[in-house]
Design a protein around this ligand. Sequence first.
Ligand code: COA
Length: 281
Amino acid sequence: MKRFIARPVKEHVRRPAGSPNPAGVMGPEKNSRQAALIEFLLSAPMASAERYEDVPGDTLFPSEHRVISGAGSARRREFATVRACARTALGQLGIPAGPILPGDEGAPRWPRGVVGSMTHCAGYRAAAVARRSDIAAVGIDAEPDAPIPIRVRARVTVAEERTHLAELGVRRPGVSWDRLLFSAKESVFKAWYPWTGRWLEFDQVVVTLSPDDGTFHARLLVPGPRIGGGRLRGFTGGWTRRRNLLLTAVSVAPVIPAPSEQPLSRPSGRARPHAADGEVT
Ligand SMILES: CC(C)(COP(=O)(O)OP(=O)(O)OC[C@H]1O[C@@H](n2cnc3c(N)ncnc32)[C@H](O)[C@@H]1OP(=O)(O)O)[C@@H](O)C(=O)NCCC(=O)NCCS
């Protein structure tokens, strides 16, 4: 039987402000424009930072310059800005600034003892980090709030997801559910790859979006890593839609108790499983 785990760390994925939150789609709330978008999804022990414009000047370390020097100026700017976000977030954890170089398959090489994730899309850059002792894996992704081309949709979804998307479109039209589902998969991949060192295909994960509470579930169709006594079977993440952007995030607690140690029901006082915790059997 699949069960959601109790998280042994303090809450790190936030229910969107103003809960209950119909569709996870925030209306014009007080202060919502001022709040950091990423902070609607992540909170301590995660640290995060975001920017809507590129940083001026040269903020890169020489080794970062060397890996990005051949790229075009737009790519160099997003590379620099997202690293500025990452250094701000690392600073919140008390970790001094240093180069963040791309490693295997482009996965960022974080300082020892740190997990993190970065994203950039038109008009938005963000980074999230945590100490490995607090969080096993994290993935964030931002996308423009617009449908994905039909051909791409066919490539990144499985039949079950396409049925789900059709239902969501009828139930709550006007949301780019296909782009949101794609973003959820990108977040899952960014958490998965640095952790496992394994590629994950789009047809190896099935995502279910919850329109009412700003969460989603990603079911793994391939064996996940073992952590603690259980094997990871999937991710529960959070999503939000603001400022013409879609943002998703997943993270996994560092210890998942063996199934026999897990509570059979959710702890009282919680309205839903923790967003972005792993699910194990
Ligand atoms: C790597 C990938 C996830 C990046 O996502 P994206 O939406 O294209 O781009 P984003 O701007 O949101 O993210 C880019 C950042 O992701 C990070 N990233 C790149 N490769 C990564 C990897 N293998 N693992 C973790 N993070 C990675 C990097 O920090 C990168 O920024 P940088 O190059 O400036 O350092 C995507 O290009 C990709 O290859 N997807 C195919 C695999 C996949 O998603 N499978 C789905 C399984 S369900």
